[in-house]
Design a protein around this ligand. Structure first.
Ligand SMILES: [Zn+2]
Length: 350
């Protein structure tokens, strides 16, 4: 499956229709969330089908495609189901501060002709011309962003294999000051443009310019995603084994304050874990307890410890005399663990 996204060029009527749908679907969503919550208190539970039938004829009255309405209702139902099973938080009601921004189209959509695509209930919609991968479009979702309306598609096609350029084995340690450190001793810095973007965003937020802030936020997210794609593609192409240190960073992040890095790391791990198998790279995440205080040369626990130890950038091993950067040690230890050359716990990412 491949995800693709088209930027839509709606006429004013289509724009108004979508705004109306979002308004009505917000009502449906909130009703569904509330209904399940209240009935659960009286020990009334619904199957997905029964729950959908409660609003059987409403989509026609609202002028919304029935499957779109069912899509919203079943998302609400699944949300509560996951919450009852204690695998997710309680689904939240939508409102001013937490707007509903996407409209589901659960049915297959016909491939576009030229720069037009037919969407149920909207008719032919123009989009900014763009190549789509060949394949059947399984379903779609219209999303409202600060920069306009987008159609996100799920296409039944094989993702392209990343062409191999090397056969390396690499350990990666995520950091706060720099984005990543690798076992090769390479330090990958935070992209500058993200930091500059964060500054402008803070300015817009202080000036209470909500539209500008939303646009900037979107741009930063896009750039981060682009960088993560580029970096993950490169890492997969160059290596047959990637070991990522999935340290328990949560405690540390609290001490250092929110940083641009945390979400980038999460995104990167996600991308590495789905891109690696496609291209024959093995990707593992290593839970490394002692990675920063273990000497990557001799294995002695001779490095700095605890939070105060994090301030120490470089240290010399008391046992073997190796002088190296703390993060490089950590990255190498992560690789050792993945290769089974140390006592650390290592588990493969499913
Ligand atoms: Zn040593």
């Amino acid at each position: 499956m491949i995800q693709a996204q088209l930027k839509l060029r709606l006429n004013s009527k289509q724009d108004a229709t979508l705004v109306g749908w979002l308004w009505n679907l917000t009502g449906v969503w909130n009703w569904a969330i509330r209904k399940i919550e209240l009935d659960a208190k009286d020990k009334i539970y619904y199957s997905p089908k029964d729950f959908q039938n409660l609003l059987a004829n409403h989509s026609e009255k609202m002028g919304i495609p029935s499957h779109t309405m069912q899509g919203i209702i079943s998302t609400a139902h699944t949300g509560w189901k996951r919450c009852f099973k204690k695998i997710a938080k309680q689904p939240r009601r939508k409102g001013k501060h937490n707007r509903l921004a996407s409209i589901p189209f659960p049915d297959p959509i016909k491939s576009p002709i030229g720069n037009h695509i037919s969407i149920p209930g909207l008719g032919k919609v123009r989009f900014h011309r763009q190549e789509l991968p060949e394949g059947k479009i399984k379903c779609g979702r219209i999303v409202k962003r600060a920069s306009g309306w987008y159609l996100c598609l799920l296409i039944d096609a094989e993702p392209k294999r990343i062409e191999r350029t090397g056969y390396g084995e690499i350990g990666i340690d995520p950091g706060f000051k720099s984005l990543l450190t690798t076992s090769e001793g390479e330090i990958i810095e935070h992209p500058r443009e993200l930091e500059a973007g964060a500054l402008r965003l803070a300015q817009a937020q202080r000036g209470h310019d909500k539209t500008l802030a939303a646009r900037l936020q979107e741009r930063i997210a896009n750039r981060r995603k682009y960088r993560s794609h580029k970096l993950s593609r490169q890492l997969v192409a160059e290596n047959t084994l990637i070991a990522f240190s999935a340290d328990n960073h949560k405690g540390v992040a609290g001490k250092f304050g929110k940083s641009v890095s945390s979400s980038s790391h999460y995104q990167l791990r996600q991308m590495l874990s789905y891109k690696s198998p496609q291209s024959g790279t093995k990707y593992v995440e290593v839970a490394s307890k002692f990675s920063t205080m273990t000497c990557s040369n001799c294995g002695a626990h001779s490095g700095p410890r605890g939070l105060s130890g994090l301030a120490v950038r470089q240290w010399r091993c008391k046992e073997c005399g190796t002088l190296d950067d703390r993060d490089v040690h950590a990255a190498r230890n992560t690789l050792h663990a993945a290769l089974g050359r140390s006592v650390e716990v290592c588990y493969a990412q499913a």
